[in-house]
Design a protein around this ligand. Structure first.
Ligand code: C2O
Ligand code: CU
Length: 480
């Protein structure tokens, strides 16, 4: 660092120490839990003439009252804000009819789904106003919590922020020899979709990013399933929370207000090998984790976000929300709880990743507006990948927090900065946080099916994605 740089750094650091914000609605000690947690309805489905499980989604405009007395303009699917949960089973052939009732084009991406690229809903599958797009695919992957959101090139952040987001649950056989996972939707198996927002004086959503903030907009309040500090009544000993970080740029370190430990049972791409006891789980934008919390009769505890470890220096940490703490959701147990079956001791069979299976290695450097120095170009293919190939991707983020998401696949993390991934991230993933200036190595097996349109890979801090931190790969039969 030269002198000027050092000086600027410390001026900023000192300044920051003095900026305090008024406590928002989620501030620890100030949060009041007045409204019940909204549970996104399960989307209705029926068998169509071809035996496919058919869903209908309509992207539309609406309003929501996030602040008493103010109608905030929002968007949703089949609703004013957010969308229904799509529940499907492994082996299902599904079709989703997405109608765009918005005044502008959008797309719908099935984040985490293994499907043909033309069904993926990335920036190449724009849906014009008034049009209906009907992607169809067969679910070939195991039980997992996925999600859907728009992906128009250069405008993903705005479309996601307005509320066009929902969850997808994939069910799989699910029989365990010595226990069970809570699975009654909305009762002991609860979606927890987290988005931070800022409202202006008129109560409208604004995406404010001060010049010195390098990560993207950070909201002042955090919505859980679209509500501010809701509560959920718990009647069973065990409750499963399907945590989804649907935020633009905020990283959360989820935990419980009394510091009690919980079990992580699934990561982005499916169940872990066994329940993992921990007190914290860090999720960056796009990541999911299913956790199971054990309640005692009469308990009142809160799902909180503690200051997340971002791996940055002091200033960048502060600017990226690394010191922010939130109370998100209150869990209220009744005095007597129904007995839950024990958690299974084994959840899934996952082999140790074998790097020697890789056909080649590629490296990616993610900055706030480029990958490997190139800004996203819809006409450029950044990687030609042989169908069915297994590759090691070495991914590094430059200077500030980034993460990395690959479409159409699930991957394993070989190592992060030379260390084995923490156990909660040792299973199947599709999005991974990148500690600044370190290298994360991923082992990825690509689809067998050839495509003539590309899949995306990108930083899921959506401002970075929109600004160009995205690239495209094409799965084909040519050997690169
Ligand atoms: Cu969650 Cu390319 O997206
Ligand atoms: Cu980034």
């Amino acid at each position: 660092m030269n002198l000027l740089h050092t000086l600027r750094y410390w001026t900023l650091a000192t300044l920051l120490l003095h900026v305090g914000c008024a406590p928002g609605p989620n501030a620890p000690g100030h949060a009041s839990f007045v409204y019940p947690l909204p549970i996104p309805p399960l989307a209705e489905s029926r068998r169509d003439g071809e035996g496919r499980v058919e869903f209908r989604l309509e992207a539309r405009e609406g309003t929501r009252e996030f602040r008493a007395g103010y109608r905030t303009a929002t968007r949703g699917l089949n609703d004013d804000h957010l969308g229904p949960t799509l529940r499907m089973a492994r082996g299902d052939e599904v079709v989703v009819h997405l109608t765009n009732a918005l005044p502008e084009a959008t797309t719908m991406h099935w984040h985490g789904m293994e499907l043909p690229a033309v069904m993926d809903g990335g920036p190449h599958q724009m849906v014009e106003p008034g049009a209906t797009w009907s992607p169809t695919w067969t679910v070939r992957q195991p039980a997992a919590t996925l999600w859907y959101h728009p992906h128009p090139h250069g405008a993903t952040e705005r479309h996601v922020y307005s509320g066009m987001v929902g969850m997808i649950l994939i069910d799989d056989d699910g029989s365990f020899s010595d226990g069970a996972l809570p699975d009654t939707y909305g009762v002991d198996d609860v979606p927890v979709l987290v988005q931070d927002v800022t409202l202006d004086a008129d109560g409208q959503l604004v995406r404010h990013k001060p010049w010195y903030n390098q990560v993207g907009p950070l909201g002042e309040m955090v919505l859980v399933n679209g509500a501010v500090t809701p509560y959920h009544d718990v009647g069973d000993e065990l409750i499963r929370l399907r945590l989804l970080n649907a935020s633009l740029s905020r990283v959360y370190a989820f935990g419980l207000s009394d510091g009690r430990a919980f079990h992580v049972v699934a990561s982005d791409g499916g169940l872990l090998t066994e329940p993992l006891l921990t007190e914290r789980i860090r999720l960056s934008p796009g990541e999911r984790a299913d956790i199971v919390v054990r309640m005692e009769g009469g308990d009142t505890i809160r799902l909180t976000s503690h200051s997340p470890e971002l791996g940055t220096d002091f200033v960048n940490n502060r600017l990226a929300g690394g010191q922010d703490r939130f109370e998100l959701l209150e869990l209220r147990a009744s005095d007597t709880l129904s007995t839950s079956p024990p958690l299974p001791t084994r959840l899934a069979r996952i082999e140790a990743p074998d790097p020697s299976a890789a056909d080649r290695v590629r490296s990616f450097k993610v900055s706030s507006s480029t990958i490997n120095g190139l800004s996203m170009d819809m006409r450029r293919i950044d990687a030609h990948i042989h169908r069915g190939a297994t590759e090691i991707w070495e991914v590094g983020g430059i200077a500030v927090p980034h993460n990395f998401h690959v479409h159409g696949v699930r991957f394993r993390i070989l190592d992060m900065d030379g260390h084995r991934p923490p156990p909660e991230f040792a299973g199947w993933k599709d999005t991974v946080y990148l500690d600044p200036d370190t290298v994360t190595r991923l082992l990825i097996t690509f689809p067998e099916q050839e495509d003539d349109v590309p899949f995306m890979f990108h930083c899921h801090f959506l401002r970075h994605e929109d600004d160009g931190a995205m690239g495209q790969f094409l799965v084909g039969s040519e050997r690169p």
